[in-house]
Ligand binder design. Structure first.
Ligand code: 13P
Length: 248
C-alpha cells in the first residue's frame, strides 16, 4: 500500500524568518497515518527548517543539486553537502530548472545518479508544455523524459525515486489538470514502469501530481487511483493551505 505524499516546493520564496515561521506551523499539523510530508526549501534555509521541524515527521527536500560531488563550481550545491546535512530528498528535473537553467534529460540522469550515490531520494519531475498536450503527444513526451532521465536505473534504485508529473501549463497558472487528465498520465507512467521493470516496481512507485494544487482540488486529485499525492508550489507557501492539502 503506497503512502500519500504532500510535498511542498517553496521555490525561491521566503526570507529566513518567514521560512522558520512557515516550517514551524507545518510541523504542528497533525499528519495522517498514511501520509508523508516533505518540504522543498531553499538550500540556505535547510538548517533553520530542520530545527523548526525537529520532533515532527516532516522531511526535507533540496530543490536542486549539482551532478559532480565537489569541485570548482562556484555557487553550486552538491549532493554530498545535502547528505552531510541529513537532507532526505532532492527535487530534480523541475520544468523551471529545465527551462531557465537549460537542464537536459542527459544532465538530469547524471544528477540523479549522483544524488542516489549519496543516499538521497529523488523527486524526479516530468511534464509537458501546452502545445505538446494539444498535439496529443503528452504521454509520448513524458515517456521520453523518463526513459532518458530515469529508466537507466535498476529496479532497486527506483525505491529511492518519487516521480512528480507536473504539466507545465498547470504550474502557477491556476489551471489544474482535471482529475481524468491527471489519472490518465499517472496510469500511463505506472504502465511505463511495469513495461520497463515489473509489476511490483510499478505498484510501489509513488507518483505525485503538481500544478495548481489547492485545498479546493486536492481531495479529488489525490483520490485518483494512481495519484499518490502532490508536489505543491504556491499553496505550500501558506501554512493553512498546505495544512488543508496534507489533510486531503
Ligand atoms: P504551483 O502549485 O504553484 O502551480 O507549482 C507547482 C510546482 O511547480 C511544484 O513543483
Amino acid at each position: 500500500m503506497r503512502k500519500k505524499i504532500a510535498a511542498g516546493n517553496w521555490k525561491m520564496n521566503k526570507t529566513q524568518s518567514e521560512a522558520i515561521e512557515l516550517a514551524g506551523a507545518i510541523a504542528d499539523v497533525v499528519i495522517p497515518d498514511n501520509t508523508m510530508v516533505i518540504l522543498g526549501v531553499p538550500a540556505v534555509f535547510i538548517s533553520d527548517v530542520q530545527t523548526a521541524v525537529e520532533g515532527s515527521a516532516v522531511q526535507i527536500a533540496a530543490q536542486n543539486c549539482h551532478q559532480e560531488l565537489s569541485g570548482a563550481y562556484t555557487g553550486e550545491i552538491s549532493a554530498s553537502m545535502l547528505q552531510s546535512m541529513g537532507v532526505e530528498f532532492v527535487i530534480l528535473g523541475h520544468s523551471e530548472r529545465r527551462e531557465y537553467f537549460g537542464e537536459s534529460d542527459e544532465l538530469l540522469a547524471k544528477k540523479t545518479n549522483t544524488a542516489l550515490s549519496q543516499g538521497l531520494k529523488v523527486i524526479f519531475c516530468c511534464g509537458e508544455a501546452l502545445p505538446v498536450r494539444e498535439a496529443g503527444k503528452h504521454i509520448d513526451f513524458v515517456k521520453n523524459q523518463l526513459e532518458k532521465g530515469l529508466f537507466h536505473l535498476g529496479a532497486d534504485d527506483l525505491d529511492s525515486i518519487i516521480i512528480a508529473y507536473e504539466p507545465i501549463w498547470a504550474i502557477g497558472t491556476g489551471v489544474t489538470a482535471s482529475d481524468e487528465q491527471a489519472q490518465e498520465m499517472h496510469e500511463a507512467i505506472r504502465s511505463m514502469i511495469e513495461a520497463k521493470y515489473d509489476i511490483e516496481t510499478a505498484a510501489k512507485m509513488h507518483i505525485l501530481y503538481g500544478g495548481s494544487v489547492k485545498p479546493s482540488n486536492a481531495t479529488e486529485l489525490f483520490a485518483q487511483p494512481d495519484v499518490d499525492g502532490g508536489l505543491v508550489g504556491g499553496a505550500s507557501l501558506k501554512a493553512s493551505d498546505f495544512a488543508a492539502i496534507i489533510k486531503a
